[in-house]
Design a protein around this ligand. Structure first.
Ligand code: AMP
Length: 427
């Protein structure tokens, strides 16, 4: 009987995982550059958290969430996104009381959404996200946006555009909600069942309905930007002028509302036309969520953040050829059972001294073992035959200049240190 990975999941095998590590390291470096610290929260949370934070009228929660009762009947969800868990942990760990008012954190890891798997859409996928919580300031919005742009630029993505919009504060959103209802009321009968429910509960979500996307009423729907309160307008103007000052190019995209309920004020997306991703691909997005932390039981605390799909970032990252840097220091090649015993001693001693090495466990002949040494880009092959065992020596071949020397067991470390020094570092 055969098993296959569940639909919408992928295995990341050796050969591919190196690129993931490279991406993760790059993201960690940029995070450090912005003084953003890592935060790790559970992969599953109480379902109620996401209903509350992300919103139970969003597609993510109402259609795509993996929710199940645990053995005690508690409803548990696999996290579909990272912000809700971070905000929950921020409140639970009273991070709002920390001396540093602005808490800047990042996360990366798997997220789960029950979507139809297709190009660029998986059921288990990965996100890298950043949250900056505790200070209400257009400067923080802009720091977030600039950081998001830095990430995509560092990956070498071409034709990237920062799209921004403002949803405004509570006052603006109330006014906007009423305007949306007035707008959609005459065509309510023609909209899908979901939209009819959204109309009363959360009319904003009608705008990201996939079923009604082409309905004529969608095209001339009111724009959030026309309903901003004075305060919200000021905040948005400051964001725009800061981006101008920093010469970060952006477009104001009045249709941008984002698919999660917690956003207020600034929202943004990074869209790329790089052929590597396909035209108009959203690499990631984010925005401000001033109501979220209070909604989860914390003190009123502003926040702003963004998340990137890591599978998409990975597509952007160039394939780097494996070079000697990634190769082994030594590949140990025992010929015969007795030689294997000694090889085990030698390899353990070399590893303890910090060399990266491997050995043949498959009892192959010289030719097969040399092929492995080659595949692993081993700097040295250490050959151990009966003769070497008897004389307590090894035969060290440099795979670069093809020189070969017989070295007594007790001198191997010194020999390798001498010959690896300089060009090829090890720790
Ligand atoms: P969101 O949390 O919906 O704003 O998504 C942020 C980013 O995560 C998107 O722009 C995508 O790059 C990525 N993403 C979201 N859902 C999926 C999925 N099912 N598979 C792969 N990537 C995804």
């Amino acid at each position: 009987m055969g098993y296959s990975a569940p639909r919408g999941t992928v295995d990341i095998l050796p050969g591919k995982s190196e690129k993931w590590i490279r991406l993760e390291q790059l993201l960690r470096t940029i995070s450090a550059n912005y003084n953003v610290k890592e935060m790790r929260t559970p992969i599953f949370e109480h379902a109620e958290l996401f209903n509350r934070a992300v919103g139970d009228t969003t597609d993510v929660v109402s259609k795509e969430m993996y929710t199940f009762p645990d053995k005690k009947g508690r409803m548990i969800s696999l996290r579909p996104e990272g912000t809700a868990g971070i905000a929950r942990a921020y409140v639970e760990n009273k991070m709002y009381g920390l001396p540093e008012k602005l808490q800047k954190v990042y996360y990366m890891g798997p997220m789960f959404r029950y979507e139809r798997p297709q190009n660029g859409r998986q059921r288990q996928f990965h996100q890298y996200g950043v949250e900056m919580m505790g200070v209400e300031s257009a400067y923080v919005d802009v720091e977030c946006m600039v950081m998001a742009v830095t990430v995509v630029e560092a990956l070498g993505l071409k034709n990237v555009t920062l799209h921004i919009n403002s949803l405004g504060d509570d006052v603006s959103r109330d006014a906007y909600r009423e305007a949306l209802k007035d707008h959609f009321r005459p065509s309510l009968d023609e909209l899908c069942g979901d939209c009819k429910a959204r109309f009363d509960k959360n009319p904003l979500r009608i705008l990201d309905c996939k079923v009604d996307a082409n309905h004529p009423a969608m095209k001339n729907a009111p724009k959030t930007i026309d309903y901003l309160s004075e305060n919200a307008k000021k905040h948005f103007e400051k964001v725009c002028s800061l981006l101008d000052d920093l010469e970060v190019s952006y477009v104001i995209d009045t249709n941008l509302v984002r698919g999660l309920d917690y956003y207020s004020h600034t929202v943004f997306e990074i869209i790329s036309d790089d052929p590597k991703l396909g035209a108009g691909a959203t690499v990631g997005g984010g925005g401000r969520y001033n109501g979220l932390i209070e909604e989860l039981g914390g003190p009123a605390t502003p926040g702003v953040g963004f998340a990137f799909g890591m599978e998409r970032l990975l597509l952007a990252l160039d394939d780097e050829q494996e070079d000697e840097e990634d190769g082994l220091d030594c590949y140990i090649m025992p010929l015969g059972e007795e030689a294997k015993d000694l090889a085990m001693q030698v390899i353990t001693m070399l590893r303890a001294n910090g060399f990266t090495c491997d050995m043949d466990h498959a009892s192959r002949g010289l030719k097969g073992q040399f092929k492995s040494a080659d595949r692993f880009h081993a700097h040295f092959s250490i050959i151990l035959g009966d003769e070497e065992v008897k004389n307590e020596v090894v035969n060290i071949k440099c795979n670069h200049d093809k020189t070969q020397e017989t070295v007594p067991l007790e001198n191997i470390v010194a020999y390798l240190e001498n010959h690896l020094a300089g060009g090829h570092e090890h720790e």
